[in-house]
Every structure is written in C-alpha cells, then in structure tokens.
Design a protein around this ligand. Sequence first.
Ligand code: TNX
Length: 717
Amino acid sequence: MRLVLLCLLMLLPFGSLDAQIIPTPRSDTPAPGRFVLDDTTVLSYADELAPLAGYLLQYLPLTSGRNVSPTRRCIALSLDDTLPAEGYRLTIREERIELAGGTGGGAFYAVQSLLQLLPAEVYAGRCPLPVELDCRTIADAPAYAYRGMHLDVARTWMEGERLKRMIDLLAYHKINKLHLHLADDEGWRIEILSHPELAAIGGFRGGDSPVAPVYGKWGEKYGGYYTQAEMREIIRYAARRNIEIIPEIDLPGHSRTVARIHPEILCRYTPDTTPTGGYDTRSAWCVAREENYALLEDILDEICRLFPSELIHIGGDEVDRSQWERCPDCRALMRERRMGSTARLQDYFTNRLAEMLVRRGKRPAVWNETVADGTFTRDCAVYGWESVKACRQAAAQGYPTVVMPGQYFYFDMRQSAEEEGHNWAAIFDAGKPYGFDLSKQGFTPAEQSHVLGFEGAFWSELYVSHEPETTDYIDFMLFPRICSLAELCWHSGPKEWPAFKKRLYDSHFDRLNAMKVGYRLFPPAVSYADGRLTVQAPADEEVFCVEEPSGEEFRFTGPVYTTSPERYRFRTRRGTGRSPWVAVPAYYRTITPAVRFSSSFSGSTRAPFERLEQYRGAAWTTRTCRRGDWMLFTFEQPVRCREIHLQTGFFHLPKAILNSGTVEISYDGETFLPAGELTAGACRLHPDRPVRAIRVTSGCDGNGDPRVIIQPLRIKP
Ligand code: TNX
C-alpha cells in the first residue's frame, strides 16, 4: 500500500521533492543519493557547446576541461538529437551530472534548470560551495514554441545594457522571443544606413528635434537609438541565451516620428488638427504615394539583413483610415482598384510590404486588426492584442497566432486600483496571466492548434516619467508577472494559483533578489476594527508603515490603536522586492466641497470646465499652454483637509499636462503663498490650515499636445 502511494505521489505533476523550478518541468523523478558540487568539479562539454560552458562558468566557479573522461566527477554538457528541440534531460547521479539538450537551446535550458537547483546566490555569481544536490532525472520540454516578451523601446528609450539585462532575466525564465517595438509616434530606435536621418533625428524628441516631447523629459532633448553594429551585438547576446529578437516597425499608423522628418509620406490634404481623446492616430503613411514604397523597401531591406529572425513585425494596429478617405490620391487608387472601403487600402499597403519581406525569405508579423476580415496571407503571424475574441478569430481563420490580449498580458497595466500604470485593458496582478486557459476561453482544439504561444507586453508611455532614477518601475511592472507568463508558456499541467504563489515566496523571490530585480511582492491585508489597525503580510515578511503627517517610514511590528486609521499606509519589503502601498478605504476617501474654477484658458465644449466644479471628470482647454497661463480654484467655504492632489493631464499618464508650473495657496482668498511646483503635471499639497484658493501658473510654452487636460481636485478630508 505504502509503495503504491509513493508511486502515485511520484506521478503528481508537481513532483514529490521540492521541484521548485519555475517554469515547472514536465517530469522530475527523484532517485536516492546526492552529488557533491565543489570547486574541483569539472565541467565537460562537447566542442559545439563551448559557448554554453562559458556561460555556465560565469555562474559557477568550476574547473573547465572539454570532453574529459566520464570517470571524473563532472558536469557534462551534451547534445542528444532524440530529445525535442528545446527539450532537455538533466540527470543528477552521485558521480556525475548530465545535461543533455535536443539542440543548443535545449542544453541552455538544462543549464537554467540546474541553476535553479542551486542556492539562489548563484544568480549573483556567489554560489557557496560545496553544495549537495539530490539525485533525480528531469525530463523537460516546452508546451509552446513561442514564449515571448514585448518591449516598447520607442516611448521610453532603453540603452543596450538595459536590454541585455532584460534578456538575461527573460532567459532565466525560458522565454525565447523578444519582440522589440523599434518605431512609433514618439521615436525611431534603429539606425538605417540608407536613411540615417530616421534615427539621427527621429531617435530624439524635444529640444531642437522636430518630434515634440511627450510623456516626460520635457526640458531636454531625449532619446537614443541602436546602431546596427550595436544591435548585431545584442542579437548575438540574445541568441547565446536562446532568445530570438523579432523587430517591429509599426506601419502604416503610429508613424508620427517619420512624418515629422518626412512630411511628404502623409496624404495630400489639410489635416484636421482638433485634439483627439488619447493617442494621435493621424500620422499614417499615404497608401497611394508610390515613393513611399521605395522608402519602405529601403528600410525593410536593412531590417531583414540585420535581424536573423524569420518574422518581421510590420505593425498594423490603430490606423486612423479617415485620412485616406480625404486624400485625393488614395481615393483615386480605391476607384482604380475597385476597393469598397479604406480597409482594403490597408490590405493593399500591408500586402505590398509582405511581398517585400517574402522576397527576402522572411514572413510578416502583424497586429490583429490587419486580418480582421481575413484577406491577408496565411503565411504570417498574427499578434492578438485587442481582445481574447480577436485572438480566437485569427486562430479560427487559420492564422498562426500569438495570444496576448491586453487584459491578461499587458504588463503596463496597473496591478491594483491605487498603483501606477495604465488601466484601459484591466487591472491585474500575476495571477491573471497564470490562470489564462485557452480551453476555458472557448478555443476549440482546431483553433488551439494555430496558437504559437503567448507574449507579455510592456508598453512604455508611463515608464519615461519614472526614469532615470531606477530600473524599479519596469521591474515592478514585469515581475512576477513574467514568472506567470513563463509558466503558462512552458508548462501544460494543471494550474493552481495558491501553490504557484507559494513557490514564488518559498524559492523564486530569493532568486529575484539575487538577480537584483525590484519585483512586486503581493500586498499585505490591512484591517481596522474597534480602534485597532492590523496588517497581515502574505508570507510574514517585514511590514513598513508611514504615518501622516510626519511622513516617515518605520518598521511596523504590532497593531496601532487609533481613531484616524486614514493616516496610515503600509507596505512590505523583502530583499529587492516591495509591495505596493496599502491602506484602509478611509485613506482613499475624497470630499467634494463647492468650488469655482476660472482660468486664462477657455474650456472645450467636449469637456467643459464645469466638470471641474462638479468633480465629474477631466476638462480640456481649447489650446496648448503658454508661459504665464493660470488656473484658479476658489472654494466657497474654507476647506480643512489632509491633502489636495492637483493633477493636469491624464491620471498616471503624463500627457496633455502642464509640464512645469508653480502652485500657490491662499488661506484668505487674497494673498497667495508659494506652495509647490508641478512634477509630471501634478502637485500634492498638505495644508495645515483651511484653504480658500489654489492657483497654478504655467511655466512652459507648449506641452507637445494641442490642449491641456485638467482633472478635478482630489481632496482628502
Ligand atoms: C495600445 S497594443 C497600443 C499601444 C499602447 C498600448 C498601451 C497596440 C498594438 N497599441 O500603442 O502603447 O495600448 O497599453
């Protein structure tokens, strides 16, 4: 009976030993005995695996010697073509550790799994030796061939070194594709030798660049780009870590940068300059202008030569086709080709680019809009971002599909209501991508057979305003959500979120600490009852508290007895990780005292100033700002409060803001005293007396937007 039980246990997907490897291996079978790893252990390897041996030696100070005799106590790296391509077998016996991969990629993943069996310090290059490893055999292979992460380096520029760091972190998680978003409205990030102006000018915004500053860095010329030589080195660096870089040039929309350098690529009509709600989607290439294809062919030719990847992403998202409707040339083309709608113009454009790629032995990758009604070549990859339905439709039509709907895979979304980040797709933490399930989402087996895999995305409009102080913002947004993504892509066994979360706390967070990742810990629970404020951390990690009005952070050890729980907020810390701030609901409560708004601006009819007086949402001005413009909030009665949060632009997104300005406060309605400066369009005031009025004066001429957005005051009692 015991034996039967033991056998059953061994068949369980999560293994009976502490198989804490993330992503979870397919099978992990324990065996008796141990291997003792010390600095006399020899690393033996086949010639073609010399680079991989070099990689492992960066982490473990072993004695290196190629093809040493199998009698030595050694770690042996080899290839075994009976194994699946990215699969591997890791065998630990008392006398020897064998790492065999189906390909170099498989062998690389055997090494990754070995690293995870060692103490976490191995990731900091400080593995304490000797180490004893339990004997076992791990046989493993990925569930999906496409395991991707997307990085938007257009909105926020990331230096090559940053990219390499990210590549390392992805490789530790067995992610094998890095989708690089190299061109968008706010920047062009790759050198094109035949048109050097694209990167030399378009790589920068603000200052003397024709590309206006946006999202931060207002006062300087901001940006950068990768030279082809530098990119070649990054591609090599990634390839050694089994990561393929898939470049994207977003076309024909999201092309404002090119349009500022080459205005002739746009349609021949007088553009409509009224402000749009959010993104300005009006910079699309003219479909009818033949010279555009020559320029695009030059660009794509160099991209195809530079990047070994078969897939070349040519965008296709969020195209405002209304410009084509108004363009005499586009209209003529439609007539000539008997096209019923401007959607066919986009097909025409995309198909011409696809031909250029196919002639160079490549395949196009496109965002889901491109195939919305299925006239595009099936020999492409469709990236489904708008919704689960859009992914399913692409798969149902037989398109090879990368599944990445925003509400599960956009890691630029915030992780709970009060945190930083976008919220347009959803608010979610690492549990959401972990739990994504194609069958539960209604994908039939046939549709599932067209799913290449999954991809997480990091769009970076909100990142630039957190730069350059730390790498924390990106780390906090990406980890542990990438751990979940990795698990989803790699492991097809049953999923149980509490168990996975426990594994993060039990072993993976220590690895992230050693990797120096500023990851997000799950928030503690705060409760308040009978005057007692208590905090429960998910894994008993240390809790820190800030008490208003002193604002100092201190270690929290026990309950607080208070009648004003709204004065406290809490977070946990562990290693390089930290949780978001949390507080009782009363902390977030706001009041709406009667207020009058006046200004040197006039309000738009779409979003008038009355909204501010009614606390009903953002108001828009009819023009951009000039130095000296002012806005005045006057309360009917003096307002006593802990905080007044004044915000221009969108909440969380520094766009259409007053990017510099002074804030004054008046306690009597007549004299105004300096109270602060705007940072990222916002200012938080902590008045110690009842307030009568607040005045903001613009310090900037223009903000890269045709208007200023003003939010209602958020006043905490
Ligand atoms: C939508 S996803 C976009 C991006 C934004 C992102 C912000 C996609 C193909 N287009 O341009 O950066 O949302 O979450």
